[in-house]
Design a binder for this molecule. Structure first.
Ligand SMILES: Cc1cc2nc3c(=O)[nH]c(=O)nc-3n(C[C@H](O)[C@H](O)[C@H](O)COP(=O)(O)O)c2cc1C
Length: 190
């Protein structure tokens, strides 16, 4: 990958329930990432992906999503917290793939009540480690998320949230370029 090539980033909306808040967070982050520059973005909403509730690697919906994940050099998971964990459909989606995650960086944008989704984010780090993915140190987190965005979907603390998102994206793209070059240079050892 040349230094000027766009980095392919898949942003994954991890909540799928009715009346969810996830798209508000993800839409703002997607817009911020688009303005960041140098990124080729793919917004993946698991609510639209049609994955089965039952883990089924032979499912046509799993195959349909695979190329979008395979193409990505980096991922941003937008996840809420449910009872100290992340949503079951997100786990199902993660578990449906192996090669697509391997030796790639994953950043987490979290939101929730008191915790801001940070406990869900820590669980995601463990899971992605098992898949040979590298999670990014910095996060963007919104606690009491329903009080943190205005009616137009912008964070009330636009500067603070934007600075956190920029730091996350800077680290994510550094890892994305480094790991892309490493994957091309030599096979990942298993
Ligand atoms: C079943 C359930 C459990 C929740 N558990 C937590 C929790 O443990 N910690 C927290 O900070 N927020 C918790 N919340 C608040 C959610 O993170 C918050 O409602 C968020 O908007 C959920 O994301 P979603 O609307 O995109 O589904 C919980 C919400 C639900 C529905």
């Amino acid at each position: 990958m040349h230094a000027t090539d766009a980095v392919h980033v898949a942003i994954i909306i991890g909540s799928t329930r009715a009346h969810r808040f996830g798209p508000t967070v993800a839409t703002w982050f997607h817009e911020h990432a688009a303005a960041h520059g140098g990124l080729d973005l793919d917004l993946i909403d698991l609510a639209d992906a049609g994955l089965s509730d039952v883990l089924d690697e032979s499912d046509a919906a799993v195959a349909a999503l695979a190329p979008r994940l395979a193409r990505a050099d980096a991922f941003v998971i937008v996840s809420p917290e449910y009872n100290r964990g992340y949503p079951a459909p997100l786990k199902n989606a993660i578990d449906s793939y192996v090669e697509e995650w391997k030796a790639k960086p994953v950043a987490i944008v979290s939101y929730g009540g008191v915790s801001g989704g940070l406990r869900a984010a820590e669980q995601l780090r463990q899971v992605f480690g098992e898949l040979h993915a590298v999670t990014i140190r910095d996060t963007v987190s919104f606690h009491s998320c329903w009080n943190k965005f205005d009616d137009s979907g912008k964070p009330l603390d636009l500067a603070g949230a934007g600075a956190a998102a920029t730091a996350l994206l800077n680290q994510l793209t550094w890892w994305a370029r480094a790991l892309h070059d490493a994957r091309v240079a030599r096979p990942y050892p298993l």
